[in-house]
Design a protein around this ligand. Structure first.
Ligand SMILES: [Zn+2]
Length: 105
């Protein structure tokens, strides 16, 4: 991963964290209007922020990852990778296609 890609990843990570905190804070502001106790408000905000962070991180991972699956019928072997070069991606694609035993679970 070169410097530009690293910078882009850091910005995306910061945006994901900022969005998760914004969702948590938004919920906290709405709950505070109803006089929710501070301890309960804190628990709700942290829970929603962490759930949002988990969701956004998984969406980011799904959008930026590449998956290579074995092409044998009923074989469940797959290789998932993120932020790899084209040469590495090709190498892992070949490994996924030519592994020694096909898993048919
Ligand atoms: Zn296989």
């Amino acid at each position: 991963m070169n410097t530009s890609q690293t910078r882009r990843r850091r910005i995306a990570s910061l945006l994901i964290i900022a969005c998760a905190l914004a969702v948590g804070a938004s919920t906290g502001v709405r709950l505070a209007a109803y006089g929710v106790p501070f301890a309960l408000l804190t628990a709700c905000v942290l829970g929603i922020a962490s759930s949002s962070l988990w969701l956004y991180s998984h969406i980011d991972a799904a959008l930026t990852s590449t998956t290579h699956r074995c092409r044998a019928p009923y074989c469940t072997v797959q290789v998932r990778m993120r932020h790899v070069s084209a040469a590495d991606s090709l190498r892992w694609q070949e490994i996924a296609a030519a592994h020694p035993t096909h898993d048919t679970r």
